[in-house]
Design a protein around this ligand. Structure first.
Ligand code: HEM
Length: 449
């Protein structure tokens, strides 16, 4: 019986068995079953085989891993025996020269370039801007008898992300929002053909349009003697050892990816939070009590938000319960051993974030229960790498503090000044992709408190 202890890289691994599992259909493997319901796909196989099993998806033999120990092993293995590899279609949709696809030194250099935009000081300076954007948007929400949160909040979150990426450069949000939405739909598709009748093809067409829009901005900004202190400014100012700037292609790929990273994960998390709060009135009540005493027109600050521990508990639990990025894909660069099994070179490794959030040490993991993140139970502190909504190691999310702050700002404003209730009769089943969300987009009646 194979052990469940992680192994180091062994010399001769030929005696070890492959992880248990099935390859599925020729060519397609188990891709369709995975795409239909990634969570149940993983849970059902974890029940059968344990926290390591093999499958065949997106054209590659794939080993799924779950659990805190597996997370630690994957994060520590970056650039040693594995590196990042998204499926073919996702790679095209993301763009080849942006950070999610860079490895080794190129990846580290890009992180060094972007990291100054995500420091505590930068996030602190951004809070007033987040507050003024969110206030303006929420005031518009109350003008309608009901709003669909996923599509309505999309403009709010995009405006915040654009502020970070393009600073004060004006952009026509009415053009950009539908393009981003179409682009994101093709992030994970079973048939990555770039033709007009596929989801992937429509996504790539939206990407090209967005790219063209951004290229106009880049052309205008390229000639400035001093670049503004936004992400595009850093991308346009940087020079390599030979004094060469980043290529136009790399600048555009990176700007687009920052837009996607800054928009979709946060948008889906916020939508899910509004949903979970509406479905758990006792949690909503405690959140409101925590905000009581604060004046609606009071400026929010990073320090002030530290005085909202329960809200942060709720956000962490929502990210555990419904992690927006449900799996982190890697490829093995040599044969490796894990848990008593051999994983051959060139295989895909999927670290399942959802599976990890439902494995030990979490009790009753299918329950949404913010108490588990509180000081008394503190389940999140029982094992490092058991809570990984933002990944970990060398590729840990650069925007995690920005995103946590943005979600806290928007929710604090909603809790202080507004009420919402779910519109009856809507489809609240969970759509898993591209990021988990209620299928109907979450229709709520939104009013002033
Ligand atoms: C709730 C919100 C968010 C979640 C759950 C999230 C999640 C993640 C995860 C899991 C990764 C690691 C991917 C991997 O290991 O392959 C990641 C990477 C990244 N995220 Fe986020 N993210 C969020 C918000 C943001 C925001 C707001 C930004 C910036 C505007 C951002 C920028 C990035 C970047 C640049 C990376 C790439 C890091 C690298 O490859 O070195 N994220 N994010």
């Amino acid at each position: 019986m194979p052990t469940t202890q992680p192994d180091t890289v062994a010399e001769d691994l030929s005696h070890l068995p492959l992880p248990p599992g099935a390859e599925g259909l020729p060519l397609l493997g188990e891709t369709l079953a995975f795409l239909r319901a990634p969570g149940p796909f993983i849970d059902e196989r974890r029940r059968r085989h344990g926290d390591i099993f093999r499958s065949h998806i997106f054209g590659s033999p794939t080993v799924f891993l779950s659990g805190a120990e597996a997370s630690r092993w994957v994060f520590a293995g970056e650039n040693k025996f594995l590196h990042v590899r998204w499926g073919y279609g996702t790679r095209q949709v993301l763009g080849l020269q942006a950070i999610p696809q860079l490895t080794g030194e190129a990846h580290q250099a890009r992180r060094r370039l972007l990291a100054p935009h995500f420091t505590q000081a930068m996030v602190r300076d951004f809070v007033p801007r987040m507050q003024s954007i969110a206030t303006r948007h929420l005031e518009r929400w109350v003008e309608h008898p009901e709003v669909t949160v996923l599509s309505t909040a999309s403009t709010l979150v995009l405006e915040v992300a654009l502020g970070l990426i393009l600073g004060d450069t004006p952009v026509d949000l009415r053009r950009v929002v539908p393009l981003v939405e179409r682009w994101v739909k093709g992030l994970f598709s079973a048939v990555p053909w770039d033709v007009p009748f596929t989801v992937h093809g429509r996504s790539m067409a939206a990407r090209r349009e967005l790219r063209a829009l951004l290229e106009q901005v880049v052309v205008e900004r390229e000639h400035l003697v001093e670049q503004p202190r936004d992400i595009l400014g850093s991308l346009l100012s940087v020079r390599d050892d030979e004094g060469q700037p980043l290529s136009r292609e790399a600048v555009l790929d990176e700007t687009l990816v920052q837009l996607l990273a800054g928009h979709d994960t946060t948008l889906h998390s916020l939508t899910n939070l509004v949903w979970l709060l509406a479905e758990h009135p006792e949690v909503l009540q405690r959140c409101r009590e925590e905000q009581r005493g604060a004046r609606v027109d009071e400026p929010l600050t990073l320090e002030g938000m530290k005085e909202m521990p329960y809200l942060h508990q709720v956000i962490h639990e929502a990210l555990r319960h419904l992690p927006p990025v449900s799996a982190l894909p890697r490829v093995t660069t040599r044969d490796v051993a894990y848990g008593g099994y051999r994983i051959p070179q060139g295989w895909t490794l999927m670290l399942s974030v959802g599976g990890t959030h439902r494995a030990s040490p979490w009790t009753e993991p299918e329950r949404f229960d913010p108490e588990r993140m509180g000081p008394e139970r503190a389940e999140h502190r029982k094992q490092s790498n058991a809570l990984i909504p933002f990944g970990g190691g060398a590729r840990v999310c650069l925007g995690q503090h920005f995103a946590m702050t943005e979600m806290a700002v928007v929710l604090a404003l909603m809790l202080r000044g507004y009420r919402w209730e779910l519109v009856p009769g809507q489809d609240l089943s969970l759509a898993p992709l591209p990021f988990p969300h209620p299928r109907g987009g979450l229709r709520v009646r939104f009013s002033r408190a």
